[in-house]
Design a binder for this molecule. Structure first.
Ligand SMILES: *[C@@H]1O[C@H](CO)[C@@H](O)[C@H](O)[C@H]1NC(C)=O
Ligand SMILES: *[C@@H]1O[C@H](CO)[C@@H](O)[C@H](O)[C@H]1NC(C)=O
Ligand SMILES: *[C@@H]1O[C@H](CO)[C@@H](O)[C@H](O)[C@H]1NC(C)=O
Length: 300
């Protein structure tokens, strides 16, 4: 009887090893809320993110330095702290006083092997960013910079998440509605990719995921959203896309996020980690569509 109970209480899977980063800083509540839902879902998760807000720093990379006299963002570490550090009671929560790319690199090369007996992450997630990262915003985004570092340089499949709603908020404030909704949506996409089996994504690709507004009375719970497969740029002059939803031209993520926000569409675009634009190869697009099929919808 007792052993039956114990067995039932064990998680069904041990989860995959996931490294998380962002560009708003390790103490931003969007990232912490996503960390918590991944943890509760049974995934193995390590956060390694900048000590300060590094929004808009793209793919910059530099050796971490001692934290300045003001301390980490939202007073999440004292002034003069060491260049890298962890939460005093949870070693899975780590800051790196440098850029997003440096922080995910340190997480992949140093922190993860230390906590996982030498093993490296199997999947990388970044964000959810405070603010969208669509179309021409992509090259400047540290959230996408960290994801493309993982996919291209570290050869770890990566997903970048960004959400329209919200202002910078400290990790220890009450969890805002949008942070919870975005975390739930990001979890659903992450689990869908994990369930699709390894390799989780084709080589050198990442997913650029954007969430529309999430506000009370509107798109206010994960179940109200639909997931649409889109492009980062319009593709006017590029080869035809995969044959999907009765068309060979995928919708543009910016159209859905900027102009149809009240329709609750989450956009998922296949990203080329070499140049942060759309994967134009229809065969590669189709591989990704097949992985996401359990959750994808077509536009009406
Ligand atoms: C560190 O982790 C503890 C326990 O999870 C939490 O209460 C505290 O707020 C965290 N502090 C920071 C800066 O992450
Ligand atoms: C980070 O900086 C950007 C612009 O540099 C700003 O828009 C954003 O609100 C800041 N975020 C935080 C967490 O302070
Ligand atoms: C994702 O959400 C949909 C409903 O929106 C649900 O049917 C599905 O089971 C979820 N998938 C995962 C892997 O959580």
């Amino acid at each position: 009887m007792r052993s039956c109970f114990l067995l039932a209480a064990l998680p069904l899977v041990h989860g995959v090893r996931i490294i998380q980063s962002n560009d708003d800083g390790w103490a931003e509540i969007n990232a912490r809320t996503f960390f918590d839902v991944l943890d509760k879902a049974g995934q193995q998760i390590i956060l390694s993110a900048p000590a300060e807000n590094q929004s808009g720093t793209g793919s910059s990379d530099a050796t971490p330095t001692t934290v300045d006299a003001d301390g980490c963002e939202y007073s999440s570490c004292p002034g003069g702290s060491s260049p890298t550090g962890a939460n005093a009671t949870d070693p899975r929560l780590n800051y790196v006083n440098s850029y997003p790319v440096t922080s995910i690199k340190n997480g992949i090369d140093v922190t993860a092997p230390k906590l996982w007996n030498g093993a490296k992450p199997e999947l990388a997630v970044t964000g959810p960013n405070v603010g969208s990262n669509i179309a021409i915003q992509a090259p400047f985004s540290g959230t996408i910079g960290a994801a493309t570092y993982a996919a291209k340089t570290a050869k770890i499949p990566a997903i970048a998440f960004s959400g329209v709603t919200g202002d910078p908020t400290a990790w220890n404030a009450p969890v805002p509605l949008h942070s919870q909704v975005y975390a739930d949506l990001a979890l659903n996409i992450t689990q869908t990719i994990v369930n699709s089996g390894a390799p989780y994504l084709p080589d050198n690709t990442f997913l650029n995921v954007n969430f529309p507004k999430a506000e009370a009375g509107g798109c206010d719970s994960a179940s109200k959203f639909k997931y649409i497969f889109t492009r980062i740029n319009t593709g006017l002059l590029s080869a035809r896309d995969a044959n999907w939803c009765g068309s060979t031209r995928l919708p543009w993520e910016a159209d859905l996020i900027l102009f149809r926000s009240s329709d609750c569409y989450v956009t998922i675009s296949p990203g080329d980690a070499n140049d942060k634009t759309t994967v134009n190869d229809a065969a590669v697009q189709l591989q990704i569509i097949n992985k996401l099929k359990p959750i994808l919808s077509c536009l009406p």
